[in-house]
Ligand binder design. Sequence first.
Ligand SMILES: [Zn+2]
Ligand SMILES: [Zn+2]
Length: 321
Amino acid sequence: MGVLLVALAGSASSSAQQVAGQFPAHWNQGSTDCEHHARPPLEVEAYNSSTYILRESLCQTYEGNFLYLLIGTKRALLIDAGDVEDPAQMPLARTVEGILARTAPGLPLLVLHTHGHFDHRAGDGQIAGLGNVEVVPSDLASITRYFGWKIWPDSQGQIDLGGRIVDVLPTPGHHEAHLVFYDRQTQLLFSGDMLLPGRLLIADTAADLASARRLASFGQSHPITYALGGHIELDRAGTTFLGVNYHPDERPLQLTAKDVADLPSAIADFNGIYSRHGDYLMINQNRVLTLYAACALLALALIGWGIGRWWRRRKLNKSRG
Ligand SMILES: [Zn+2]
Ligand SMILES: [Zn+2]
């Protein structure tokens, strides 16, 4: 996989126990001709011996989702289940089962999601078919019940994987039940679709801004090596990949603690519909779709008016002539 970039435990605020890891120099970039250039459907990279990053092939889904498998001494946690349901197309369950059999045989698996958009939970069905697995549904009621949260979103949860605690933070805004995960062992922050090298799709600006502020304040008391999102949608020149199976010269997956700290000022700049802050394209998809629908209706009304006018003139000319 070429040269490996080493995530050094270099920050002064890092605790002594922080376990470092490695990212590949680049991810499988998909293809313009997926049919004739078959790619492995799921790329598996070991960040370290107990942390795995799984990336769905861009040829299987242009979403190219990233999934994360964290292994403790008592259980393993899979964050997100990806965009492809069919195990014949995306051998997610078999792959996760294989990693666990090799590295931590017999450990139970817990599956949680950054949020309930389909591309983060489509693989739930095949994972649920494995033995010794608990899949927590991604809707708000199920999540608050699982963590015993009474006050949403001003609560925090912890998952004990055995010698490895993962903090869970409610971060609605992109999705009403969005969660961000923080692994104290690697100090990686798993930021889902709230923060990623790509578009920031914001459904509820006020909620998203409040979440970004809570996350930034969490980052002040918890050292963050990197923030890892659910997708990569940008190339190194800042061009956005949209709905394509080929991502040449993708940006790295990993964002920094500074990106987490700067997120509130980016979202505070959002005009509520469509705006840009640095390389972030911020979009409220619902409002953009409503605007498109309104424009389409207006165009239809103008065409109708134009046809009516032409018809009346034609009739008038006929009656005169
Ligand atoms: Zn999403
Ligand atoms: Zn997504």
